[in-house]
Design a protein around this ligand. Structure first.
Ligand SMILES: [Zn+2]
Length: 313
């Protein structure tokens, strides 16, 4: 699927963070309308196509995009989840892990194969074909939608949302459910694109991650307020990660339309290969240095939020 049309079947949303109804227009890109909450400043898409709100869209997308060879190779490359793994390991050294929106299971696969014996892993997603792939890699999967899942008294040491919350029409419900599924002292990890990243500031509407599939657009401030919507969780760290200069260069030269999924997957594969190339040692060093500076300045591509479940909740 290279393009999808907004159908007449639209869902109207309240603020996904504070449930306020008043919002002002923020940005338009094709059929995508972003608004900003009058109460908490959260930026979100409104209205949205019902297939996106329900998650059906991802089931349709899963074969051409998630299972394309380029996307799979990039997802399963050892460097792909390097940063997420570092974050994860510094808070959770062992135990039962649930990855919500696990797609083809690459994060859980890395966790299992790099730290054998430390974790039991479970993944859930709405994209059926992607889950088939995760299962073929030995990942235990749950096919029900996360919100409907009855884990039968099972509790987890960690629940992860890697690049998932931005896709959800009602992200607060997912955070609440994650809190309910965690053991006391367990951790919840959230990674979302940073609306104040260097890329978003330079590219504006041209930025490829301002796209119909993304329903929520966080800054550090609005992400912290969103976290407060789950009273059972306390924020232990709000940081930043990732910088992809190739995306900035590419999007800067392009017209402001949707990047075809095939092209997006090919670029991911290329940048993953670049990160692994032994010939690029000095370039990689410079790249890491720039990434560190951007993180310090609050300009990196993604925000990372780590929350802990309070005792007795
Ligand atoms: Zn709000």
């Amino acid at each position: 699927m290279t393009e999808h049309q907004l159908s007449a079947d639209l869902v109207h949303r309240v603020c996904p963070s504070c449930a306020e109804k008043t919002a002002s227009p923020y940005l338009e890109k094709g059929a995508l309308r972003l608004v900003q909450c009058g109460n908490c400043s959260m930026i979100y898409a409104n209205p949205v196509e019902s297939a996106l709100a329900s998650g059906q869209f991802y089931d349709r997308l899963s074969v051409p995009f998630y299972l394309s060879r380029d996307k799979l190779e990039s997802d399963y490359a050892p460097v792909r989840f390097e940063r997420e793994l570092r974050w994860f390991r510094s808070w959770c050294r062992k135990g039962a892990v649930l990855d919500v929106g696990c797609s083809t299971g690459a994060f859980l696969f890395q966790l299992k194969s790099r730290f054998p014996g430390d974790y039991t892993v479970t993944g859930t997603d709405v994209a059926g074909a992607a889950l088939d792939h995760a299962e073929s890699r030995g990942i235990e999967i749950v096919r029900e939608s996360f919100l409907d899942c009855d884990f039968g008294g099972r509790r987890f040491d960690a629940v992860t949302f890697w690049a998932v919350i931005e896709h959800l029409a009602e992200p607060g419900k997912f955070l609440g459910k994650a809190a309910a599924q965690l053991k006391a002292g367990g951790h919840c990890f959230v990674l979302v694109p940073n609306m104040k990243s260097l890329a978003a500031r330079l590219l504006g509407v041209k930025y490829r991650y301002i796209m119909p599939d993304h329903l929520n657009y966080f800054t550090a401030g609005t992400l912290r307020r969103f976290a407060a919507s789950a009273p059972a969780l306390e924020v232990v760290r709000l940081g930043q990660s990732h910088f992809n200069p190739v995306v900035i260069l590419k999007d800067f030269r392009r017209r402001a339309d949707r990047v075809a999924d095939g092209e997006r997957a090919r670029l991911l594969k290329r940048t993953t290969a670049m990160k692994q190339s032994p010939w690029l040692g000095p370039v990689r060093w410079l790249y890491s240095a720039v990434e560190r500076v951007l993180i310090t300045m609050g300009l990196a591509d993604n925000l990372v939020l780590v929350m802990r479940k309070k005792q007795g909740d």
